[in-house]
Design a protein around this ligand. Sequence first.
Ligand SMILES: [Zn+2]
Length: 253
Amino acid sequence: MDLAVGSADGDRYDRQKRIWWMDMDAVSSARVLVAGAGALGNEALKDLVLAGFRRIDVADMDAVEVSNLSRCALFTDADVGRSKCLVAASRASAMAPGADVRPLESSVQDIDVWDYDIALGCLDNIAARLHVNAYCMHHRIPYVDGGTDGMRGKVQTVLPGGPCIQCTVNRTHVREMERRFSCTGGGSMYVPRMASDITTTAVIAAMQVREALKIASGRRDLCISNITYYDGSLCEMFNAAADIDPGCPNHTG
Ligand SMILES: [Zn+2]
């Protein structure tokens, strides 16, 4: 053991390397797509860069609005009206030496090169989720989907060959979620202008980035095998089993 005073403190990732499954070399070389530069995207980018990811593309076509500022660590009042992905990429790149966060100022539907090792879904609508999910399934890219609705959220990790977002949407999981969360109020998930707050966003984005760390480190066996639902009002999480839908078009051929 090295007992020299301060020797371990000179290594930026010394503490992270002490996590038994972490492979920092693999993390730093992994190519990551962050789909969406809103609240979840901000948190995910911050965590990705601080955790050691260096090669990141972030896609979004929206501009920063005042109502975003309560949940976005990378935006300030002066950024209102500017491109979310341009600002987020610039700020995240400045958070760590060698971080190369590149903006894709387009919708996820217009991304035509899918040569990523990992994709994170930080999106606010089901259509964009299903699009990223389908492309990731086709290109065999692990996809970590996050979603929030006020105090509630979910994380689903889609690995090549396993159940995907399309398999599970509008099926038993949604009914289970509504049953489990019925005491916390109504409303449907994934619709515009829903309730949102930074604490739920931070939890869900952190779980997404932790999944990305496992995937990059070659430990897919440690990933969420089902869907994890989070209820911040009650501080509860539960898993819903995910199965391949025989009718899902993403599993044919
Ligand atoms: Zn599927």
